[in-house]
Design a protein around this ligand. Sequence first.
Ligand code: NAP
Ligand code: GCO
Length: 267
Amino acid sequence: MDIMSRFSLEGKIALVTGGSYGIGFAIASAYAAAGARIVFNDIKQEAVDKGLESYRAQGIDAKGYVCDVTNEEQVKEMIDRIEEEVGVIDILVNNAGIIKRIPMCEMTAAEFRQVIDVDLNAPFIMSKAVIPGMIKKGHGKIINICSMMSELGRETVSAYAAAKGGLKMLTKNIASEYGEFNIQCNGLGPGYIATPQTAPLRELQADGSRHPFDQFIIAKTPAARWGEPEDLMGPAVFLASEASNFVNGHVLYVDGGILAYIGKQPK
Ligand code: NAP
Ligand code: GCO
């Protein structure tokens, strides 16, 4: 048996939201290497253009669309355009996300809502838009980018944790409601990954020492390092491929062991 063919994405169309750079870009690059046709969106034309350049530099003929994933009208238009210009989507990665690191009692309701809108409402809007096509096609894969904050809280990230906790349950509900149509919906839960989103947590201090949070994460991670977007490629391909056709409603954590570890004891 050619077991590796079960990991192939040949002939599949994959849409990665917020895929111009960071984790989304790494996942889309891995999907292209596994044979998929890549489509991505970003909120600004310049980000889409930058993303297209980065994909081209890797020899990937991606197609980019400007779309704010929180805007249901824009999402509907984008999906209609993709179906017309590329084809019906087989794989959706709800990757687009924001974070606001503000002590909860100093956060405004508008700021809280903005994070919930991008990190939770948008995956609902995006999934609702692609599921009908997947049902017609007889298969589909939805991968929601969750987080350590789908399981744990920490100071200043109340909105983000609420959104990512909700995203874990939305994942389980989509799996429950649409599993009978051969649609698998799973979460991918990255640990602490070195991307622009976490750059503030890794900034060198004025005295050249590592950021306290950087040192904290190293002590909390058995792998004793930050993750790289590349660490997510294999797990993401698995969840998008036939190899995971009986995996549904699961959140696959790719965290170097953080969730399993109490943390390095002080010397
Ligand atoms: P990032 O570097 O901040 O990239 C986020 C992407 O989402 C950007 O391309 C951004 O576009 C796009 N985006 C934001 N709001 C959008 C909207 N309304 N519509 C369309 N696109 C939008 O983040 P990242 O670190 O790659 O993280 C990607 C995902 O992984 C997020 O869901 C994040 O919560 C999650 N995650 C990250 C980590 C980590 O340690 N980095 C760990 C666990 C989970 P613009 O740049 O144009 O705003
Ligand atoms: C933070 C970080 C984390 C990571 C990621 C961890 O401020 O705690 O940004 O939230 O982004 O979600 O899995």
